[in-house]
Write a protein that binds this ligand. Structure first.
Ligand code: FAD
Length: 425
């Protein structure tokens, strides 16, 4: 099915989170064989291909053909007594969570219902259970891939092992993934919620958060977000989200150094279902831009934390995000996947929030304001760095990038798949 401008399938397929696109056509295949037909036809015609799963990680395209995977979105437990689950790349993470809930299983992913399986699971996947089960790429066991030559490959640790390595963190540079097989985990006894703090002592909150995670069990997960006051009705100050595979008493005991801080304003913790932890994201890109940086932080030293907090004191309203890593994330060997920074204790994002029409000077000031904090990181997280385009050396350490390029040369020498983070052959 090829959809031309003016049809509902075209409008849906051409639109991404960042806005509407204007491709020549949208193709909506319903099998890997149909994806292969589309790839062969586009390659033969010299037409650029964009691949869309959930549309949350790409810019709207102009021209070319969009392969929209919306009809490849089933979630099927293997049903062979294992915990393997086959998931179509066009599914959304909210669908995966609710389909697996009756089976008592969870596939660790991001924190937002509407984000697509394909983009997140090719780039990393840092979510609610990252310390307990690792990244989404860490639980991929097999991938069905359509190559630039139009072949349908089954890729796993034994079959095309180099390609399997590259598909876990290297993004959409190697072909169209039609299906992932994940090893889900049983989730029993999940507790979590939110704790809010006022702005009186952000440094104390950030330090206490770090101290809690120095000795925390893998079962404890958290994100700490400090937002500037953008609107009068919006409370500013740190907000902590937490999830523990355990009991509420245990959670409160582990969080005691944070819960006893005088700046706590609100605590809401209790039993929660994994599917309910995932949140509705904004319907589209908000009318402002985030300018700054992100990266994996190997050492949450006092100096690093102080620089993160200093970044909030800039003239540009700035947000700070810290996602706890370590735990299962850090037990994966550095060369096992294309995300090598396994010494990361946290993922940092520091961004000035600017209007879309901000001047070059404002953008430069926001970038400079984040630079001191970002200097404490050792590589960006590709899924949080859509603006980097070809600048993948900021994302991958040199040895990882060289290995990715070698796989690219082998599987896509003609550079048909130019992913959001483009690894050139
Ligand atoms: C609101 C929001 C919340 C987010 N929350 C999180 C989070 O909690 N954790 C996290 O880790 N990330 C998060 N992200 C980042 C997210 O992981 C990336 O934006 C990711 O690329 C989105 O995947 P997608 O399938 O929706 O995007 P798409 O735009 O469909 O895909 C992004 C790129 O990936 C490639 N691609 C996608 N599908 C395929 C495929 N099947 N085969 C080959 N290539 C493909 C293409 O190059 C495409 O351009 C969030 C992003 C947003 C906007």
């Amino acid at each position: 099915r090829v959809h031309a401008p003016g049809t509902p399938e075209y409008e849906t397929g051409a639109a991404v989170f960042a806005g509407p696109g204007t491709p020549e056509a949208v193709v909506r295949p319903s099998s890997a064989a149909e994806v292969a037909d589309a790839v062969r036809a586009a390659v033969a015609a010299g037409t650029p291909i964009a691949v869309k799963s959930g549309g949350h990680g790409s810019d709207p395209v102009t021209g070319g053909v969009v392969i929209d995977l919306a009809d490849l979105s089933t979630v099927e437990p293997a049903g062979d007594g294992s915990r393997l689950v086959h998931v179509g790349a066009g599914a959304r993470w909210g669908d995966v969570a609710s389909a697996l809930a009756p089976h008592g299983l969870v596939v660790t992913s991001g924190d937002t219902l509407d984000v697509g399986v394909g983009g997140l699971a090719l780039g990393g996947g840092i979510g609610w259970l990252a310390r307990t089960h690792g990244l989404t790429i860490d639980i991929v066991r097999e991938v069905e891939l359509v190559t630039a030559a139009g072949d349908v490959l089954t890729v796993n640790a034994d079959s095309h092992p180099d390609l399997f390595w590259a598909l876990r963190g290297g993004g959409g540079n190697f072909g169209v993934v039609t299906r992932f097989t994940f090893e889900a985990a049983p989730v029993d006894g999940l507790v979590g919620g939110h704790v809010h703090f006022d702005q009186s002592d952000v440094r104390a909150v950030v330090r206490a958060w770090r101290d809690v995670f120095r000795d925390a069990p893998d079962e404890l997960n958290s994100t700490l977000l400090v937002m500037p006051q953008l609107m009068p009705e919006m409370p500013a100050g740190p907000q902590m989200s937490v999830a523990l595979v355990g009991t509420e008493d245990e959670l409160r005991r582990l969080l005691e150094p944070l819960l006893s801080l005088p700046s706590v304003t609100d605590v809401s913790l209790g039993p929660v279902a994994y599917a309910d932890l995932l949140e509705e994201g904004p319907p589209g890109k908000p009318p402002f831009q985030f300018v700054g940086g992100n990266g994996f932080v190997p050492d949450l030293s006092d100096a690093a934390l102080d620089s993160f907090v200093r970044a909030l004191d800039r003239e540009v309203p700035t947000m700070l995000l810290l996602r706890a890593l370590g735990g299962a994330f850090s037990r994966v060997p550095a060369d096992a996947t294309a995300i090598a920074q396994r010494d990361g204790q946290a993922l940092l994002a520091v961004n000035g929030i600017l209007p879309d029409d901000a001047s070059d000077d404002q953008v430069a000031a926001a970038r400079a304001g984040a630079a001191e904090a970002v200097a404490f990181t050792n590589g960006r997280y590709s899924n949080f760095t859509p603006e980097f385009g070809d600048d993948v050396a900021e994302i991958y350490p040199p040895a990882t990038l060289e290995r990715l390029r070698a796989v690219k040369r082998a599987v896509d020498p003609g550079d048909v798949f130019r992913a959001s983070h483009h690894i050139a052959p």
